[in-house]
Write a protein that binds this ligand. Sequence first.
Ligand SMILES: Cc1cc2nc3c(=O)[nH]c(=O)nc-3n(C[C@H](O)[C@H](O)[C@H](O)COP(=O)(O)O)c2cc1C
Length: 204
Amino acid sequence: MPRLLHIQSSPNLGNSITRALSTKFVETWTANHANVDVEVLDLAVDPLPHFGADILQAGANPPEGWTPETQAAVALSDRLITQLEAADIVVIAAPMINFTICTQLKAWFDHVTIVGRTFQYSAPGVAKGLLFGKKVFVIEARGGDYADLPFSGFDFQEPLLRMLLMFLGLFDVSFIRAEGVRQRVDEAPDIIRNAEAVVARLAA
Ligand SMILES: Cc1cc2nc3c(=O)[nH]c(=O)nc-3n(C[C@H](O)[C@H](O)[C@H](O)COP(=O)(O)O)c2cc1C
């Protein structure tokens, strides 16, 4: 049975655009694909701790020397990686906050980007992703427009997501954008309608 991991990250639990669009995506996908097992990971409702000192200690010490805090931090990272490894389709809802991904989503990437588990070095400075064979759909919302210069130079969201996913070996990635929703307020309904049309097409 194919597994779909739906990652929500918007701290807006009310009228979030990425929450609505990604939910629509998952509903459309499951209506069009048989027997999909959906798992939702909501990083705003159940926030992860920062990637911090406890987990860094794991790399510096043998497991028998790990503190209970380090053991718990490693267990959390293992659980998130196992969940990601098990997924065939990954749907990531990614709001832009301060020109990049939100802190909730960044924490998740930090916990799943682990040397020896999701990537490895084959030579100094040469990394290879260890995840493969997954389809990834990233649903972004941003208040401004970043399609063209000079503002595209301030988009630290999509290039970062592309790089983080590629680093893990995930190359089959589609981006769906609702952008300019706060800059072109009058056009926001059309912007969302257009993004919904892309969702409907890609999830069909
Ligand atoms: C704290 C905060 C910071 C934001 N920073 C940016 C930003 O740097 N650039 C931008 O284009 N939009 C920014 N926005 C607008 C959001 O990207 C926009 O509201 C988007 O719809 C958020 O996704 P969501 O609706 O799924 O929460 C920001 C919004 C908030 C609440």
